[in-house]
Design a protein around this ligand. Structure first.
Ligand SMILES: [Zn+2]
Length: 258
């Protein structure tokens, strides 16, 4: 099948600015159309990430959130409108993405996934984008992605700070647990600490960018690196992230086999 048959004239036109990029081209756009991405959480990070992933032409997007839209979410969760207050966030996000792009398929999951459902989700998607708001879910997602070798694009934002990394679960690359070990057990939510509106947009947009790069094999991703954003001083730093010898998820003792 030729590329022209995969992307319709409408799609060629819709994505023309992206197709013009030599590193994307028609081939990259076609890969995006044939990809399935799951976004965990339709809060601040998830709204930004999913909005760009949908507009950029990811063929199938799954949005998972069991919360309802509240007035205090609208300051930063840009896929939800005032009339969505009280609605499920995954459904509200789906409606907003579909209003922008009817060429793609968007599925909303409105309940908390159990372990088996998470494994099925990993196995049926090319990339998982972690936009959740709590450590327990991040830890579980990392484990399921590790078990199924499904790439994970992780992001977090609080106050005026952000942190982003990607995990591909290759034998020699670190996992989210290797990273979280460095930051200890401290867990703050933006409910307690606050967050400036565009900060979640910056982090979510970087997550969408990394997802697209991984899918279309563009440039160098954040696998094995962590991006730290200090938005108050608009300073972006990167740190190399190595596999931890004491990681209980991805480190294998000598002689152990997978
Ligand atoms: Zn690890």
């Amino acid at each position: 099948m030729s590329f022209e048959e995969i992307l319709s004239d409408q799609e060629m036109s819709r994505y023309t600015r992206q197709i013009l990029l030599p590193s994307m081209d028609i081939e990259g756009q076609e890969k995006l159309k044939q990809s399935k991405v799951a976004v965990i959480g339709a809060g601040g990070l998830g709204c930004a990430a999913a909005q760009y992933l949908g507009a950029a032409g990811i063929g199938e997007l799954t949005i998972i959130d069991f919360d309802e839209v509240e007035l205090s979410n609208l300051q930063r969760q840009v896929l939800h409108q005032q009339h969505n207050i009280g609605d499920n966030k995954a459904l509200s996000a789906k409606a907003s993405i579909e209003a922008n792009n009817s060429e793609i398929k968007v599925t909303a999951i409105t309940h908390k996934l159990n372990a088996n459902e998470l494994i099925d989700l990993c196995n049926s998607h090319d990339i998982i984008v972690d936009c959740c708001d709590n450590l327990a879910t991040r830890v579980e997602l990392n484990q399921r992605c590790y078990d199924t070798k499904t790439p994970l694009v992780s992001g977090a934002a609080i106050r005026m700070e952000g942190i982003i990394s990607c995990f591909d679960y290759a034998d020699d690359t670190p996992c989210y647990n290797c990273l979280s070990q460095l930051f200890g057990e401290q867990q703050l939510s933006c409910m307690e600490a606050g967050v400036l509106s565009p900060v979640v947009g910056i982090v979510g947009a970087i997550q969408a960018t990394e997802t697209i790069k991984l899918l279309a094999n563009i440039g160098t991703t954040l696998v094995g690196r962590v991006m730290l954003c200090d938005i108050a001083h608009m300073s972006f730093r990167e740190m190399k992230l190595a596999k931890s010898d004491s990681c209980k998820v991805c480190h294998l003792a000598a002689g152990e086999t997978r």
